[in-house]
Design a protein around this ligand. Structure first.
Ligand code: NAP
Length: 311
């Protein structure tokens, strides 16, 4: 199988991250993510995005261990990212949670560890949601810094943080600045203001749901938008003899951020990184950006009234 070399971007921690990672959310059948991750590693992905809450870490650990054993790459060639779940923001829980991810992934360090959401919740459910936990993310961040000092994690960052939350974090007395903010970005949710702010602060943005979940999510305001059915994107795809997914991923790269598309389909896993043999014109980047409709796929609406809910 041919393999694609994915370029790196330098993080403010001094480490390098491949600009496309393999996304691993969510609801997989047994063995599905193990098999798909093997394909991803074979075709050239060297950045894997997971999270404790996805319940994919064990199968990923198997796939990675096997491929290292096969001699495909060494652990140091891989950029492994996971996330601290909202039930474990209390500083005394952070290391335990990180170690849990390390054990499942069968590695002794993470390349990147993110605070998954800015708000904290308690375990156990009342009326279909977990109760709010009054933990300031600054305190959680300090515990994340300890992980770097202990060598459990190379780089730390955040996810789903808005501009005000980033400003408050950056204003605190930090040992390490957040290197990454992983947030939703796709043609129907271009997230321009946040992207500009992160660029100004030298925080690398990673786009999640970069394909807008292909229109499979209908939790938005009564509509479901599908990038693959978009006439503008289809026209540009025809011009370059690429798929709509490849155009959308290339658009992200040409706007200067990193992305973690998810697929369990071998042909799609492969095509989603075969985007380094062309680039879009400035005009085409603008045309796709103009498709924005502020249409988000990810909400966690049940926590809307919690302090630090970010949207
Ligand atoms: P996505 O990557 O935008 O879309 C995934 C969907 O697109 C799947 O249904 C997949 O189908 C399909 N697809 C993938 N490649 C395709 C192609 N080339 N052509 C046509 N369809 C294609 O959505 P996502 O899974 O929500 O986001 C990606 C990753 O971001 C996640 O896996 C996770 O790692 C991360 N994420 C993070 C957060 C956060 O809070 N930090 C939230 C959401 C997601 P098949 O799998 O059937 O091929």
């Amino acid at each position: 199988m041919t393999s694609t070399k994915i370029p790196n971007i330098k993080l403010n921690s001094g480490f390098y991250m491949p600009v496309i990672g393999y996304g691993t959310f969510n609801s997989f059948k047994e063995n599905e993510v193990r098999n798909a991750a093997r394909v991803a590693l074979e075709v050239g992905y060297r950045h894997i995005d997971t999270a404790w809450v996805y319940k994919t870490e064990e199968e990923l650990g198997d796939a990675i261990t096997q491929k290292i054993k096969d001699g495909l790459f060494e652990r140091s060639d891989l950029f492994l990212a996971s996330k601290l779940w909202n039930t474990h923001h209390r500083p005394e829980s952070v290391e335990e949670m990180c170690r849990d991810s390390l054990t499942s992934l069968r590695t002794d360090y993470l390349d990147l560890y993110l605070i998954h959401w800015p708000f904290a919740i308690k375990a156990g459910e009342i009326d279909g949601r977990k109760p709010h936990d009054d933990v300031d993310f600054i305190d959680t961040w300090k515990a994340m810094e300890e992980l770097v000092i202990k060598g459990l994690v190379k780089t730390i960052g955040v996810s789903n943080f808005n501009i005000q939350q980033l400003k408050r974090l950056l204003a605190a007395d930090l040992r390490y600045k957040p290197a990454v903010n992983q947030v939703e970005v796709h043609p129907y949710y271009t997230n321009n203001e946040l992207l500009d702010y992160c660029k100004q602060e030298n925080i690398v943005v990673t786009a999640y749901s970069p394909l807008g979940r292909g229109g499979t999510d209908s939790s938005g305001p009564g509509k479901s938008l599908n990038v693959h059915e978009d006439k503008t994107i289809q026209k540009i795809a025809t011009k370059y003899n690429k798929t709509t997914a490849q155009i959308v991923i290339r658009w992200g790269i040409d706007r200067g951020y990193t992305l973690v598309p998810k697929s369990v389909t071998p042909a799609r896993i492969k095509q989603n990184i075969e985007i380094f043999d062309f680039s879009l014109t400035e005009e085409e980047v603008k045309t796709i950006s103009n498709l924005n409709q502020d249409f988000k796929c990810v909400h966690l609406n049940q926590y809307k009234d919690y302090p630090e809910y970010p949207f």
